[in-house]
Design a protein. Structure first.
Lengths: 256, 275
């Protein structure tokens, strides 16, 4: 089966300065794919190249649906990149996801309003539609941004650090929602996270990203103690507890 | 003068002052909502000073163009350069704006010293703008430019608000975010340049900031903020002009003073709401 996304010996960077060199990987339709690695490793840079907002310095990026049509991305940015000065309501923000379909000079029609209602229902925040986005909790904000991405009727959902800065219950709740979107709606999902636990227990395959290091494979292949120890420059152990993968860092001998 | 006489004097002898100040007040109050939301309030002050510098440069033999055109050319040229620098990461935004601000003032002072054609006081009067002496020709030229700017903003309201809220995601949806940003700053440049020539820098900068902030304190919906800001921009100029005549005050500071009183009222209302 043809992949939806294929990177072949791609070098990425800003200006003339490469951040990542010669990376190759594929993401297939229906897959739940993760990018993990330390902050500043270049994960968001890869996402920008996938989304087409960053041109590669070298190599080939191919992004096309198996049917040959253009891939529609639903992008969920990091929450702190959006503007909090103006009090947009949740509904207004989710409607922004429809702007591409609406086209220039058009106002929202009934189809757009229906798509917004459906997206709000899907992520369980219809009752918050009239509430100002900036007054929401972290988890509610994330659901709003996911609803906006869904309103654009995407082929691929791309989430950049979706659980960053959240409390435990919000984090679990958001990860469950993303898993449902993948399994129930058969959405192709790409998640970027520096939180290894999030990636380890949810994605099917992943890429570990660090400057000068890029490895792709299944969770079991990539998230190994030696790999992670080399990546983070400290002893890291990977265990299974109650069927879940747990990553232990810092050389806690009592655990070993 | 009685109140009725003041109103009659304004309407009969200074109609372009009234209509011009309302026009500038409403459009600056509208654009100001974006400027405050984008956290580039200082840009308003910078562009007014760049516009004034542009006017000053037209007094030099090296730049022999009409005052309004000279101001427009210099302002738009600066907008193109500064908008690129504002999206870069090497130099902080406020540092870029600070450099342009202080350079504009320095150039203006130097030009005023060396412009031999007219008295420095005449230049200073022109640079400050005087609402009471807006000519019909200038008024209609500005009205055309302001109508065009308003039309662009109303037609592309959803695009401008989207880019302002979340440029990164808009870019992933195929919007040319950088293009829309430059477009916004160019329109702001045209409006600020013309408006500064017409009513002066204090009025323009005041209405780019004060009505939007007052509206943000009073209203909790984005569309409502635009509406209330424009209403303040619409109502404060005639009240300020009236008070300027009544108490024999300079018109621009009086109008800005009225807007500031509205802002103070809005602040008190917002404090009362919190309790």
């Amino acid at each position: 089966m043809e992949p939806v996304i294929r990177f072949t010996k791609v070098t990425l960077g800003y200006g003339r300065t490469p951040v990542l060199r010669d990376i190759s990987f594929e993401v297939h339709a229906g897959e739940y794919f993760g990018f993990a690695g330390p902050n500043g490793a270049g994960k968001t840079t890869i996402v920008r190249a996938i989304l087409g907002t960053l041109k590669p310095l070298a190599g080939t990026v191919r992004v096309v649906m198996p049917s040959g049509s253009r891939v529609r991305f639903g992008y969920v940015p990091q929450r702190d990149t959006v503007d909090y000065v103006l009090p947009y309501t949740v509904e207004e923000i989710v409607m922004m996801g429809r702007y591409r379909q609406m086209g220039i000079l058009r106002r929202p029609g009934e189809a757009d309003r229906a798509a917004v209602r459906k997206s709000l229902d899907h992520v369980g925040i219809r009752d918050l539609r009239g509430v100002s986005f900036r007054e929401l909790s972290g988890g509610q904000k994330q659901r709003s941004l996911i609803a906006r991405a869904l309103a654009s009727e995407p082929d691929v959902l791309v989430l950049d650090e979706p659980t960053n800065g959240m409390d435990l219950s919000s984090r679990i709740s958001i990860l469950d929602l993303i898993r449902q979107l993948h399994s129930n709606d058969r959405l192709t999902v790409i998640m970027v996270s520096h939180l290894l636990d999030d990636v380890a227990n949810h994605v099917g395959r992943l890429a570990i990203v660090e400057k000068g290091f890029f490895q792709v494979g299944t969770v079991e292949e990539v998230l190994t103690g030696p790999n992670l120890s080399m990546l983070y420059g400290m002893p890291v152990d990977v265990r299974r507890v109650g069927g879940r993968m747990v990553i232990l860092a810092g050389g806690d001998d009592d655990w070993r | 003068m009685t109140g009725v006489e003041i109103v009659r004097t304004i309407l009969e002898e200074f109609p372009y002052a009234l209509y011009g100040s309302i026009m500038v007040g409403t459009l600056c109050a509208f654009l100001g909502v974006y400027i405050v939301a984008k956290r580039v309030v200082f840009l308003g002050a910078v562009l007014t000073q760049v516009s004034v510098m542009g006017l000053a440069l037209t007094f030099l033999p090296l730049f022999p163009v009409p005052h309004t055109l000279g101001s427009l050319i210099i302002t738009l040229g600066t907008v193109v350069i500064v908008s690129r620098m504002l999206t870069g990461k090497k130099v902080p935004k406020d540092a870029v704006l600070g450099i342009v601000f202080v350079t504009s003032i320095a150039v203006r002072i130097l030009v005023m010293q060396k412009a031999a054609r007219v008295e420095a006081s005449e230049i200073e009067n022109l640079l400050r703008g005087d609402i009471l002496f807006v000519t019909p020709g200038l008024f209609y030229l500005m009205a055309g430019a302001f109508a065009a700017a308003s039309a662009v903003h109303l037609l592309f309201f959803k695009e401008f608000t989207y880019i302002s809220f979340d440029a990164e995601t808009a870019r992933t949806q195929g919007f040319n975010a950088a293009g829309w940003e430059v477009g916004f700053y160019l329109i702001a440049g045209v409006v600020i340049s013309f408006a500064t020539h017409m009513v002066g820098d204090i009025f323009v900068f005041g209405f780019l900031v004060i009505p939007p902030v007052a509206a943000m304190l009073l209203v909790r919906r984005v569309t409502g903020i635009f509406v209330v800001s424009v209403l303040i921009g619409l109502c404060a100029p005639p009240v300020g002009l009236y008070l300027a005549f009544l108490f024999d005050l300079p018109s621009s500071p009086a109008i800005v003073g009225v807007a500031s009183v509205v802002l103070a009222g809005a602040w008190i209302v917002s404090l009362a709401r919190k309790r």
